[in-house]
Design a protein around this ligand. Structure first.
Ligand code: ADP
Length: 418
């Protein structure tokens, strides 16, 4: 094709120049004829170039030319056609993809590197009370919930965020893709939360209802244990007494757990002396077991949170360390780390086999049912600890070596410590 365009161009110039030359020759002016032929050939090329220029600005039709210009125009037209077909296909794919996103029940927001919204679907608009033309705005200008702002700024999206917005309870998950772009999935969990809260209320109500009869039973049993009774009765009464105390403990733990589960995620904590609270808990546990609690206190700190919940965390962890610590001393270590205030409860007991570690924070999960029912406990202690720690943005870390002991630790993040 190149070859034939070049040949045609050459042929045209040759034909015009030789026609001019021949005409000039015939009238006795060959030079004038040659120059005229050259000028005409130049004018034809100029005309084609001008037509090309006009066409490139869409001011005229594509130039009709048999030479190089015509060849290039043909090529350009073919490329343009291919490009248009490709664009049309891409536009259709984009439309299909947008329709797909639009039809999702879950809200979808796509954010660019800086957090500006590039795509938003109908469900996101409905759940987050946004408007269609909110696309293009920064996500933090639109979702101002403090929990979301903190979650977004912190940049750790491994776990989903739950928060309430107007009449919806929402679960929000961010996934990063490409170059720091993000997809935000927003799910309506209002119904799930309602059922969950019905379950929690039921447990809390039953536990409360059990409390009164148990108090009466405990009272009578205590009275009877002081009475002069036949020795055969004494054993039965002491067993009834210990079982009824165990049941009271279980009911109290159930009430505490359901309280922890139902508190609002928006309540504000208070600043309190962490060290003083540790001393108070240790004092209360002084006569609990044979082992002593040694306080290795390398940081005096104030913590922002809920003192009753921290008290419960420390009491549960220390009680367990004493219960399962084989009568040896237990250490409560407090020190500052890069991430915040690190608190560890270290015992020298039998330890926990690795396969149980992931499960011991589940309700009623026990490593050795027969041993533990002798030691006593509700099986809810670590579930309470886990929940209370979540309210302080902390997680429980368990390290244990069988035969050497266990360490239960957590870090209260820097923004809650001063
Ligand atoms: P419990 O009331 O039975 O102590 P927890 O929820 O506090 O319930 O603990 C769950 C289980 O985890 C316990 O039954 C025990 O098997 C195990 N466990 C907890 N703390 C320790 C520890 N310090 N050493 C060994 N085992 C432990």
């Amino acid at each position: 094709m190149h070859q034939s365009a070049w040949q045609k161009e050459l042929f045209r110039v040759g034909a015009l120049v030789s026609t001019g030359l021949a005409a000039g020759w015939s009238v006795g002016y060959p030079t004038v004829g040659l120059l005229t032929g050259l000028t005409v050939s130049q004018l034809v090329s100029l005309h084609a170039a001008q037509a090309l220029y006009r066409w490139s600005y869409r001011l005229g039709p594509p130039p009709q030319d048999s030479g190089y210009v015509g060849y290039s125009v043909d090529k350009l037209l073919r490329r343009e056609k291919q490009l248009r077909a490709r664009l049309a296909k891409q536009a259709m794919e984009l439309q299909r993809y947008n329709q797909g996103i639009e039809s999702l029940q879950d809200g979808v927001l796509i954010l660019d590197q800086e957090g500006f919204i590039t795509t938003i679907n109908g469900a996101a608009i409905r759940l987050l009370s946004l408007r269609k033309d909110d696309a293009g705005q920064h996500v933090k200008n639109l979702i101002r919930h403090p929990l979301f702002v903190r979650y977004f700024d912190q940049g750790d999206f491994r776990e989903a965020l739950q928060f309430d917005m107007r009449k919806f309870s929402l679960q929000l998950q961010i996934t990063e893709f490409g170059y720091e772009q993000k997809v935000m999935l927003v799910r309506d969990v209002t119904e799930r939360k309602r059922v969950e809260s019905m379950r929690q209320n039921f447990i809390a109500d039953v536990s409360h209802e059990l409390r009164t009869p148990l108090t009466v039973l405990n009272g009578y049993l205590e009275m009877m244990s002081d009475m002069e009774l036949p020795s055969s009765m004494n054993k039965a009464i002491s067993q009834m007494d210990s079982q009824s105390k165990r049941m009271t403990m279980l009911v109290n733990d159930l009430i505490e757990l359901s309280k922890l589960e139902s508190v609002s995620s928006e309540r504000k904590g208070e600043w309190f002396s962490f060290t003083q609270l540790c001393h108070e808990v240790i004092d209360q546990l002084r006569d609990f077991a044979e082992g002593h609690i040694i306080m290795d206190d390398r940081a005096k700190a104030e913590v922002e949170g809920f003192p009753d919940e921290i008290r419960s965390i420390l009491t549960n962890l220390l009680t367990n360390a004493l219960k399962y610590g084989g009568g040896k001393d237990v250490t409560l270590k407090i020190h500052t780390s890069m991430k915040g205030l690190k608190v560890s409860v270290i015992d020298q007991g039998d330890g926990i086999p690795a396969e149980h570690i992931n499960r011991i924070t589940e309700r009623f999960y026990r490593v050795d049912e027969s041993r533990e029912s002798e030691i006593g406990g509700s099986g809810l202690g670590l579930a309470i600890v886990k929940h209370a720690l979540e309210h302080h943005d902390a997680t429980l870390q368990i390290d244990s070596i069988v035969g050497e002991g266990s360490t239960f630790s957590f870090v209260i993040p820097t923004y809650r410590v001063r």
